[in-house]
Write a protein that binds this ligand. Structure first.
Ligand code: XIL
Length: 448
């Protein structure tokens, strides 16, 4: 059974341990179905990049429950699968494909021909044109052949363009000329006629010089009869900077007769994340997913990691992060609900199910100990997040069995690694110490 989304009735347990007033507050985020059910209902993909070794525990539960497509984040790259020439290591890629099949998910192969993350023997070698052509063919035959019939799509060629729309100067381009792209596509088609073949790039989400070069390439490949089924728009975006022409750009590729997929969506921000940035991020996620949902030939959206704990952004863009729809503790962020909305869900309408109760269990002249209990009946949670706003200057100093942060008056607490699951009929409790002065009223707690 899939668990339901964060549920709803929020109640407050007022005052100290002895106090008994039980109030019911406004409903918070509620039970939307998992993203994959919303996407399935619209015939769309909602996918995530994954790390194979992490596909257990909460990470595996969320990946399996919420997404109908997986992309190996690194496991199928040349440097991963053939670190030593002729010696292949398929362990992580196999694991991801097996997980996907066990969970009724598509797999998007990523990626066959790229300038990055190649093995040293390839990049350090000196190659004649014929030699490199044979090496490329062999790589495609071997990797595409291995997964023949099991993958929905391949990102055959990755990042072939510079920002100005000229071809990127790579080992491939410099040795084989621009027709390395047609060669790779043709070879991939022969190795797995059932997989959709894509050219994938970044900064091609809106209409610009680079996306126009991609457009012209796809047009000419189609005219020449080279097999190309789609374009991948990576969509590594920045909060507040979604191009205004995403939908128009998707539509022009669709009109060429190819599919479009958003393949690597993430929307990064300068850390620390604030409520305002997370709200803007949600609006940005909504606009990208909505642009895809609005065009028939846009097959769907894959996020490049679903949790901030498994995102490439902090390593690659120092000082930036918080780019994915779930926080580091697997609590859904506003962006998660925005994706649900763009896929036709309510994005968190009121519903019965789970409640959060806040209580003070001990209080002295300057401090107090508090407790929050999350209980479910008729629903369950795979992760949770609660927040409240203090009206009288209270400050949380320490929490246990949850990760809490206070920003101004707003306290946000997410589950610890070990207590995200709240089963139907069960509850989870966490505690905290805080300071107070004057009075110590009970805040309204929001779950979800
Ligand atoms: C990234 C991975 O997420 C990182 O783990 C790795 O260190 C570098 O590559 N465009 C792509 C992806 O096509 O393959 C990249 O993935 C991100 C940018």
């Amino acid at each position: 059974m899939r668990s339901r989304r964060p549920g709803l009735l929020v109640s407050l347990l007022a005052g100290a341990a002895t106090v008994g007033a039980l109030l019911t507050a406004a409903p918070a985020h509620a039970a939307d179905p998992p993203l994959r059910d919303l996407a399935d209902a619209r015939g769309k993909v909602v996918g995530t990049a994954v790390t194979g070794s992490k596909l257990t525990g909460t990470y595996g539960e969320v990946a399996g429950r919420e997404f109908n497509s997986l992309t190996p984040g690194n496991a199928m790259k040349w440097g991963s699968v053939e670190p030593v020439r002729g010696r292949h290591d398929w362990a992580e890629a196999d694991r991801i494909v097996a997980f996907a099949e066990a969970h009724g998910q598509q797999v998007r192969g990523h990626t066959l021909v790229w300038h990055s993350q190649n093995p040293g023997w390839l990049t350090d070698g000196t190659w004649t044109r014929d030699e490199l052509s044979a090496v490329l063919n062999d790589h495609i035959d071997t990797e595409v052949g291995r997964y023949k019939g099991r993958l929905a799509a391949w990102d055959v060629v990755n990042e072939p363009f510079e920002e100005d729309g000229t071809y990127r100067r790579t080992l491939w381009y410099d040795t084989l000329g621009p027709d390395y792209i047609a060669q790779a596509l043709t070879r991939a088609r022969a190795a797995d006629p059932g997989a959709d073949l894509y050219i994938n790039d970044y900064n091609v989400e809106g209409v610009n010089a680079k996306s126009t070069a991609l457009y012209d390439l796809v047009k000419s490949l189609k005219e020449r009869g080279v097999p190309v089924d789609g374009v991948g728009l990576q969509a590594h975006l920045i909060v507040g900077q979604v191009p205004s022409t995403v939908r128009q750009n998707i539509q022009r590729f669709a009109d060429l007769g190819v599919d479009v997929a958003i393949t690597e969506l993430d929307i990064r921000m300068q850390l620390p994340a604030t409520e305002a940035k997370l709200a803007q991020q949600a609006a940005d996620y909504r606009s990208v997913v909505s642009a895809c949902a609005a065009v028939d030939r846009c097959t769907g959206v894959t996020v490049w990691g679903f949790t901030d704990s498994d995102s490439w952004i902090p390593d690659t863009f120092p000082g930036e992060g918080a780019a994915t729809p779930y926080d580091e503790n697997y609590a859904p962020k506003p962006a998660y609900h925005a994706i649900a909305q763009a896929l036709g869900g309510g994005g968190g309408q009121p519903a019965d199910g789970c409640t959060a109760t806040y209580g003070v269990t001990g209080q002295w002249n300057t401090g107090f100990t508090g407790q929050v209990r999350i209980s479910c009946a008729g629903a369950s949670l795979a992760s949770w997040k609660v927040s409240w706003t203090y009206g009288e200057g209270q400050r949380v100093s320490q929490a246990w069995n949850a990760t809490c942060a206070q920003s101004g008056a707003v306290v946000t607490c997410g589950n610890a690694a070990w207590n995200g699951t709240v089963p139907d009929g069960g509850s989870v409790t966490f505690g905290f110490n805080a300071s107070w002065s004057g009075s110590n009223g009970v805040p309204v707690v929001t779950l979800g």
